[in-house]
Design a protein around this ligand. Structure first.
Ligand code: SF4
Length: 472
């Protein structure tokens, strides 16, 4: 029977059917960070349990780590306590920790792939919603809560019910200055933030096939924002080329054998998807959010929607969002003044993102009223960017060039919005308070759009825009 990658990988990892009808699923890779693990380790330690598979468990520090000065002890006592707890737990349980001295620290969803830990056909868990990122490699990757982190630490398995699978085909050619971020914001805008409930998303079609691994990771990363339990792309030659030679990937002949195996995991022609959605890449424009969830977005050249013309069930939420954001129906997002520009997060802080943003700002200056920062997704991304001189481009333009971490993606470290500041952000969530100020306002967009907004001092359409237009 032809089947989907989801079905194949699920079946390969199913240990048994549990009395409650769920499946006990073996976990091939468990990624751990400092925020959702302390309580889970405490529960193990209290019971005197050991971590079941420390060789399949890897940890890093990302959410609370300061990005301006990483000298220990951290100025923030809570950050220091959490970091120390993770160090102690990893030491006591024999888990590899990519700490600040490792050269491999970074956001958990950036370092897993770049170290070659993330591989096709794996089941992957992490106590973070955006674990779906790893699906870009043809893995089933699930974000889990703290009690499930405990379960996986203790048993290397997880109790789950299989979601349905929706294939989302994006066919055709993206226009210049239209990026993976615009694709995924468009998908979420069309299907809604709850549209993926009960589904895993399989991304396919010629536009996805042509994407780099970085771009596929951006798409899969935000699956969760569309309500999907996971998102994945079938593994192909692009996947294998990315993984070849990486530290934890199979080496030599073993790698060739692995590729052979991985190829066979891709969804079969004629597999039965539970739903299929098709988009034309040519219809996708640079996209920016105007509201307080990632589904409230518009093409940057289109007017904001009018709640009065919306479905009854959406009206109150749209009105609340417009009011909170200080925007009005019918207006354009272009020209919206920004206070902060943030290029970072596990969605868009990889080397290709920084290269594209640097290309936009090269030779120009950040607008005088804008606070702008670039936070690489990992120490490795930072080092690679510096080898190319990207840090000089950003610094010359007036950006802060920071150390790796989650930074202003969320308000758990010193990088926060102040008051009602408006932030052009390459991150993934624009919920009220997400960036550290209860009244701060987040506009999600591609790194290139953030870069252009930083220079212009306002939201601009990056297509056809040149920095000189704004700075002159
Ligand atoms: S960058 Fe943001 S979304 Fe990604 S792991 Fe960190 S806090 Fe979570």
């Amino acid at each position: 029977m032809p089947s989907t990658l989801f079905q194949k990988v699920w079946d390969l990892h199913a240990v048994r059917r549990l009395p409650n009808g769920q499946t006990q699923l073996y976990v091939g890779l468990h990624l751990v960070h400092e925020v959702t693990s302390p309580q889970a380790f405490d529960e193990l330690n209290t019971r005197g349990w050991r971590v079941r598979a420390p060789e399949r468990t890897f940890a890093t520090i990302d959410h609370i780590v300061p990005t301006r000065s990483q000298i220990r002890p951290f100025a923030d006592g809570m950050a220091e306590t959490m970091t120390s707890a993770l160090e102690r737990n990893c030491r006591e349980h024999g888990i590899t920790l990519f700490d600040l001295a490792s050269g491999a620290q970074g956001i958990v969803h950036v370092i897993g792939p770049e170290l070659g830990l993330t591989q096709p056909g794996m089941t992957i868990t992490c106590g973070d919603s955006h674990t779906s990122t790893h699906g870009a490699f043809g893995a089933l990757a699930f974000g889990i809560g703290t009690s499930q982190v405990r379960d996986v630490l203790a048993s290397q398995s997880l109790a789950m019910s299989p979601p349905k699978v929706r294939r989302i085909d994006v066919n055709g050619q993206l226009a210049p200055h239209v990026y993976a971020k615009d694709v995924v914001l468009t998908i979420i805008g069309r299907l809604g933030v709850k549209g993926g409930a009960g589904f895993a998303y399989e991304y396919a079609g010629s536009a996805i096939d042509r994407m780099s691994m970085d771009e596929r990771m951006t798409i899969c990363n935000m699956s969760i924002e569309g309500g999907a339990r996971a998102g994945y792309v079938n593994p192909d030659e692009t996947t294998f080329a990315y993984l070849r030679g990486r530290r934890f990937a199979p080496q030599g002949d073993a790698f060739e054998r692995a590729c052979q195996w991985w190829r066979g995991l891709a969804s079969d022609k004629g597999a039965a998807w539970d739903d299929v959605v098709v988009l034309r890449a040519e219809d996708i424009a640079p996209t920016v959010t105007w509201g307080i969830n990632p589904g409230q977005s518009v093409p940057v050249d289109s007017p904001l929607p009018d709640p009065a013309a919306a479905r009854e069930s959406d009206r109150a939420g749209m009105k609340e969002a417009l009011e909170f954001m200080g925007l009005r129906a019918g207006a354009l997002m272009t020209g919206t003044r920004i206070d902060v520009a943030f290029i970072g997060s596990c969605t868009n802080a990889r080397l290709s993102d920084l290269r594209e943003a640097a290309r936009i700002v090269a030779g120009h200056r950040v607008a005088p009223h804008v606070r702008a920062m670039v936070v690489p997704g990992s120490q490795a991304v930072r080092a690679a960017a510096e080898r190319e001189g990207l840090h000089e481009v950003f610094r010359d333009a007036g950006f802060d060039w920071r150390d790796a971490g989650c930074s202003m993606c969320l308000g758990m470290n010193p990088d926060k919005l102040q008051g009602r500041e408006v932030c052009a952000s390459s991150s993934n969530r624009n919920f009220k308070g997400r960036q550290g100020s209860p009244t701060g306002r987040t506009l999600l967009m591609s790194p290139a759009m953030v870069a252009a907004a930083a220079v212009a001092g306002e939201v601009v359409d990056v297509r056809g825009w040149t920095a000189g237009d704004a700075n002159d």
